[in-house]
Design a protein around this ligand. Structure first.
Ligand SMILES: C[S@@+](CC[C@H](N)C(=O)[O-])C[C@H]1O[C@@H](n2cnc3c(N)ncnc32)[C@H](O)[C@@H]1O
Length: 272
C-alpha cells in the first residue's frame, strides 16, 4: 500500500493518518503549483495498521503524569531535533516558491523567519515574510539573527510586527494571499515561560490564516504539549482541523510516538 492518487492538483496519501514510520517526500510538479506525494515506509510487522498515531499518542500521554501548573517538562527534541526541523522545512519547501508571501506567526528567536526568508527571497527583490510576536524581546532576537545571517536586501523583505497573530490579516497589504502561515506554539526558548501562546488566540489566528491562505497553500503548526496549557491548545487545534471540509482542506498530524510529551506537527493544506 503506497500513495493513493486523487484527481486534484494537490495529491496526498489518503491513508496518511495511519502512518507510523518516517515518510519519504517525493516532489511532483504541475503547471503553476508544486505538489508532492508522501509515501510511508512499510509498517513494521509488530505494528497494527488499525492503530493510528493518535491512538498511540493517547496511550503514550495517558501513561505519563500531566505537568503541574507551575512546571513544564522537556518539550524539545534533544536528539532528533535536526530530523524534525529538516522534515518541517522540507514540507515547507515543497509548497513555497520564490517571490511568495509567507507569515511567521510566532517569530520567537527568528529561526523559522530566517528559513522562510531563504525560501521566498528571489534576486529581483520579490518575496515577503511577515513576522509577528507579542514580545519585543523576540522581535529583537529575530531582527539580530537576520542582521547576522542575510544581506540588507534580503532583510528588507521581512516586516516584523509586535502584534498578536490573531490579527495577522491586518498587517498585510489589501488582497494579499499567502502561501504559508507557520506557527511554532508555546513559549520563547530561554525566555519567559509564562508568556506562551493561548488556545483562544491560537484559534482566532487559525481562522485568520484560513481566510488569507491561497489555494495550494499551507498552515503548519508545531504544538508543544509539555507545558501548562499546551495540551488544551493541541485539543483546540485538533478540534479546528477535524471540522474543516475535506473537499477543500487536507489535514494531518505527525508525532514521535515513542517519546512522552513530544511536540505534534500539524499540517493544514488548502487544495489547489
Ligand atoms: C516557541 S516560540 C517560537 C519559536 C520561533 N518560531 C523560532 O524559530 O525561534 C513561541 C513564540 O510565540 C510568541 N507568542 C505567544 N503568543 C503570541 C501571540 N498571541 N501572537 C504572536 N506571537 C505569540 C511568544 O512570544 C514566543 O516568542
Amino acid at each position: 500500500m503506497l500513495a493513493v492518487a486523487v484527481p486534484v492538483r494537490l495529491r496526498f496519501g489518503a491513508h496518511l493518518l495511519g502512518i507510523h514510520k518516517p515518510l519519504t517526500v517525493i516532489p511532483t510538479s504541475s503547471s503553476s503549483t508544486r505538489c508532492f506525494f508522501l509515501f510511508p515506509s512499510p509498517p513494521p510487522r509488530n505494528v497494527s495498521l488499525r492503530q493510528t498515531p493518535r491512538d498511540l499518542f493517547r496511550r503514550n500521554v495517558s501513561q505519563t503524569a500531566a505537568p503541574a501548573a507551575s512546571d513544564s517538562v522537556s518539550v524539545s527534541f534533544p536528539k532528533d531535533s535536526p530530523l524534525f526541523v529538516s522534515f518541517l522545512n522540507r514540507v515547507w519547501k515543497h509548497v513555497v516558491q520564490k517571490g511568495d508571501t509567507v507569515i511567521d506567526a510566532t517569530c520567537g528567536n527568528g529561526h523559522d523567519t530566517l528559513a522562510m526568508l531563504k525560501m521566498v527571497a528571489d534576486e529581483s527583490g520579490k518575496g515577503s515574510v511577515y513576522g509577528l510576536d507579542i514580545q519585543e524581546a523576540a522581535l529583537q532576537k529575530t531582527s539580530s539573527l537576520l542582521e547576522d545571517s542575510v544581506t540588507p536586501n534580503e532583510k528588507g523583505l521581512v516586516k516584523l510586527f509586535s502584534k498578536c497573530h490573531s490579527k495577522m490579516h491586518e498587517v498585510l497589504p489589501r488582497n494579499t494571499s499567502v502561501r504559508l502561515v507557520a506557527f511554532n506554539l508555546g513559549y520563547l526558548p530561554w525566555g519567559d515561560k509564562t508568556l506562551t501562546t493561548r488556545s483562544d488566540t491560537t484559534l482566532k489566528a487559525l481562522e485568520a490564516a484560513k481566510g488569507i491562505l491561497m489555494d495550494g497553500g499551507l498552515i503548519s503548526l508545531v504544538v508543544y504539549v509539555g507545558h501548562p496549557g499546551g495540551w488544551e491548545e493541541l485539543k483546540t487545534v485538533q478540534d479546528f482541523i477535524t471540522k474543516l471540509p475535506v473537499e477543500t482542506w487536507i489535514c494531518s498530524e505527525f508525532q514521535t510516538v515513542n517519546r512522552s510529551w513530544s511536540p505534534v506537527l500539524v499540517f493544514i493544506f488548502k487544495r489547489c
